[in-house]
Design a protein around this ligand. Structure first.
Ligand code: NDP
Length: 330
């Protein structure tokens, strides 16, 4: 089978497309015991970091990257899964410490798999990918904290990115009034087509700001971090919630406690990697039921397996709009 293969010899990093034998795959992935014929994978921001060796995402060498995969079980030593089962995998350290989905075959632990809802194809599941599933976890976090559609405007940062695009589509579908923050003025129409009620320049949020600012947002989905997250908290209305999942601007967070202790704002952290199975399954059921497929198609483009190497560079340069699926068999 063919796979993207990352190796490091004497600190010399390489990323290439390579043939990998069944024995090599089995040895690298033991004791995992569910073999999946992968149909589609995708390139998330974290995959971009791994494939370009930009930050220490990969913690075991050599590595097949790809934190996401969707496909069909072809062999299983786990009684919960049988050949023919359609499955999706997101996270659990796959593509970081365990060989991942940017390959024609993968071997995963049964505990990591989610059954693909019948109404969603493998390609659609990878158009969603970790980015879209994280967007749904962010929406669920806002709802858990009582942010309802009539409560006021909801801000989505990094709006043309993978998390942002799916968050805009989901929130608008649910009836929220979505304000999309982007650095790409030329993509305002794209964001409106996904459902944004209005679009703002991300420069309004990206510089250091005051600890408390004019109250505007009932809720926020933030995939950017740094000053953007600090400003989003400072502009959140009394009792509002900010779901924080990303660091596209930076991992730092220089903020004050003022929004939390004076306005009762909640900062809700969102993690997709180790998210417990019941919440994952709920997120996938909701994505299958609630995400508008025409909007998903409009935000997705497809590349062959080798194309993942170039997309990795593009995503780190902030040049990817929406989502990219990888047809691992092309
Ligand atoms: P993308 O690269 O697709 O999107 C990120 C977007 O952020 C860009 O498209 C851009 O949007 C904006 N952006 C990029 N650079 C900057 C910058 N310097 N300042 C402000 N905005 C910037 O990535 P994803 O959507 O896939 O992921 C977004 C973030 O979420 C990443 O940091 C990723 O690691 C994280 N993440 C976390 C997960 C978790 O489990 N917590 C799971 C999935 C992702 P625009 O041009 O529209 O402004």
């Amino acid at each position: 089978m063919r796979a993207i293969y990352l190796s490091k010899d004497n600190e010399q990093f390489s990323a290439q497309l390579r043939e990998i034998g069944a024995d090599e795959l089995a040895a690298a992935t033991a004791p995992a015991n569910v073999t999946v014929a992968v149909d589609y994978s995708t390139v998330n921001y974290k995959d971009g970091l791994a494939i370009t060796n930009k930050s220490p995402v990969v913690r075991k060498w050599p590595m097949v990257p790809g934190i996401d995969a969707a496909g069909t079980v072809v062999a299983s030593g786990d009684p919960r899964y049988q050949p023919g089962d359609a499955v999706v995998l997101n996270g659990w350290g796959v593509g970081e410490t365990h060989w991942g989905g940017l390959a024609q075959q993968a071997i995963f632990k049964g505990d990591w798999l989610v059954r693909l809802p019948a109404s969603i194809t493998a390609r659609q599941a990878m158009a969603v990918g970790t980015a879209g599933y994280t967007a749904m976890l962010c929406v669920m976090a806002l709802q858990d904290h009582g942010v309802v559609p009539g409560a006021g405007e909801v801000l989505v940062t990094g709006a043309t990115g993978g998390v942002g695009s799916v968050a805009v589509a989901l929130l608008s579908q649910l009836g929220y009034s979505v304000v999309a923050s982007t650095g790409k003025a030329t993509e305002a129409d794209y964001l409106r087509r996904l459902g944004a009620a209005s679009v703002i320049d991300r420069a309004e949020l990206s510089a250091p700001g005051k600890p408390l600012q004019k109250e505007r947002w009932a809720g926020v989905v933030d995939s950017v971090g740094s000053h953007t997250l600090a400003n989003a908290c400072a502009q959140t209305r009394y009792g509002g919630t900010v779901a924080a999942c990303g660091l596209a601007q930076g991992m730092d967070l220089t903020a004050s406690v003022a929004p939390f202790i004076l306005r009762g704002v909640t900062l809700a952290g969102v993690d997709s990697v180790m998210c417990p199975q019941p919440r994952r399954q709920q997120a996938w059921q909701r994505l299958a039921a609630e995400l508008d497929r025409r909007k998903l198609d409009a935000m997705t483009r497809e590349v062959p397996l080798a194309g993942a190497l170039e997309v990795a560079r593009e995503i780190l340069a902030g040049q990817v709009r929406g989502r990219v699926v990888v047809n691992v068999n092309a």
